[in-house]
Design a protein around this ligand. Structure first.
Ligand SMILES: [Zn+2]
Length: 474
């Protein structure tokens, strides 16, 4: 899509309009579309960009004279997506993923900011020294911007406030074993030691909300079961594990008054509890993920361990109730929980849901997956922007610069063709290992281009330019 210089009539002796290029017009650019997704609706507009920021968003007939214009026509322009739940695994496990590949996959998927989880990398981000190691690993490697969550583990209570001072936007903890070494779960007693520190920072605590008790009890009863069956895995991670964990966290939230965020909610049976907590005025928010909103347990073939994640993908009825939770605002946002691993860790030949790594990688496909499901339920691109850009930016404390197309914010946006259709194949995945349960799915909507701070970082399958992403700090 070429740049077009908007020609203007300038007063002079000749009657013909004359093209004028001034120094100003070289830095000021306009991006035009019939469908610009604004916080208050979708409409024809021009996004004016200068020095990496949005100078203004104006009606097309109010374009300034003498300006370079890129016209996307009927393709929609949404704010660059923000993913508040990504496992980049860098440093330490770059054979699983890494900053270059994760941010490349993000750019292809319309994401312009990733917030990295503190585990799966080595060292885990539980001290300032580990945070600095992560910063060194990311330096010069990123196609999109990123931020680091800090970890709350069994023994790092003394590091929480120094991590906040060093620039993390919040913390993550596990109430159940995370399935990986290097990052410990926390018990209620350890949480009580950590929460006064978390509350003092004013930053959110993101919680993997499953308690080990119900998981262990269910798993013991399945000792003789066939673990190649998805139904066995589903029984081993019952709804009660999520519900009891959320109830524990809400009671601690009531006591310590910290900002609580429930990650990857998978059971609809916790929605009423969360609705009640919000009505009570507790500072709580929650997310769900594209795989819980797209797949359902009845579709998962036995032995197909690519679908393994925790908490698990539940029933079709459960999926519809999660959509209802989004509609009502009980669920605040959608994050990918992009969690890749080397293909052999999925134990595809063994077909065991017991031993396979749990995690679904989806950065490049999350927007088409979400739009496929959302448009079928009559949601709009405005809803998508709210769930996948604005909501995550608010959680990560960067909403004044990211997540919306509005004056003064970073000029991050995605050009999206909502009517395009395609079958997901390996060529659409740009992360390190191109395996995915989404392969073969018929999806709606195509990411045509992605812009980070006014610069094109992805267009029609290509990645122009050098890595220009960096850590976003307030
Ligand atoms: Zn995760």
């Amino acid at each position: 899509m070429p740049w077009v210089l908007k020609t203007v009539a300038v007063p002079c002796c000749c009657a013909e309009p004359v093209s004028v290029v001034s120094a100003l017009s070289m830095s000021l650019k306009a991006f035009l579309s019939r469908r610009v997704v604004m916080p208050d609706g979708v409409r024809p507009a021009a996004v004016l960009v200068e020095n990496e920021r949005i100078l203004d968003v104006v009606p097309p007939d109010q374009l300034p004279a003498d300006i370079f214009v890129k016209d996307f026509g009927e393709a929609a322009v949404l704010p660059g997506l923000v993913d508040s739940h990504v496992h980049i695994n860098d440093p330490g496990r770059t054979d699983w993923e890494g900053f270059p590949t994760a941010t490349r996959a993000a750019a292809a998927g319309g994401y312009t900011l990733l917030v990295d989880m503190p585990l799966n990398c080595l060292p885990a981000t539980t001290t300032v020294a580990a945070l600095e190691a992560k910063r060194a690993a990311a330096n010069g490697q990123c196609l999109v911007d990123w931020m680091p969550w800090g970890g709350v583990v069994s023994d790092n209570q003394g590091h929480i406030e120094s991590l906040a001072a060093a620039g993390v936007p919040g913390f993550k903890c596990f109430l159940v074993h995370p399935g990986i070494d290097g990052f410990t779960m926390v018990t209620e007693r350890q949480l009580r030691a950590a929460l006064p520190h978390v509350a003092r920072t004013g930053l959110p605590l993101l919680v993997h909300a499953e308690l080990p008790g119900p998981v262990d009890t269910a798993t013991e009863q399945l000792s003789g079961a066939n673990w190649s069956k998805y139904a066995t895995y589903l029984l081993s991670r019952p709804d009660e594990a999520e519900i009891s964990a959320i109830q524990l966290m809400l009671s601690l939230c009531r006591e310590y008054r910290f900002r609580l965020h429930i990650v990857h909610l998978a059971t609809h049976r916790a929605l009423d509890i969360l609705r009640g907590a919000k009505a009570e005025g507790l500072p709580v928010s929650a997310e769900t993920c594209p795989h819980y909103l797209h797949f359902s347990s009845d579709q998962i073939p036995d032995g197909q361990t690519l679908f393994k994640c925790a908490p698990p993908i539940r029933t079709r009825e459960n999926r519809e109730q999660l959509w209802q939770g989004l509609r009502e605002g009980v669920l605040d946002l959608v994050a990918t929980d992009h969690s890749p691993c080397p293909p052999e860790m999925k134990r595809l030949s063994e077909q065991s849901f017991r031993t396979a790594w749990g995690g679904i990688a989806s950065l490049s496909l999350a927007l088409p997956v979400m739009w496929t499901e959302a448009s079928a339920r009559r949601y709009t691109l405005r809803d998508i922007a709210r769930w996948m850009a604005e909501g995550p930016a608010r959680l990560a404390g960067c909403a004044s610069r990211k997540g919306r197309l509005a004056k003064g914010l970073d000029a991050d946006f995605v050009v999206f063709e909502p009517e395009a259709e395609f079958i997901a194949s390996a060529e659409h995945l740009h992360y390190r290992h191109r395996v995915s349960p989404y392969l073969g799915e018929a999806l709606r909507g195509r990411v045509k281009a992605t812009y980070l701070r006014g610069n094109c970082i992805f267009a029609d399958g290509q990645f122009p330019g050098a890595p220009g992403g960096g850590e976003f700090r307030q």
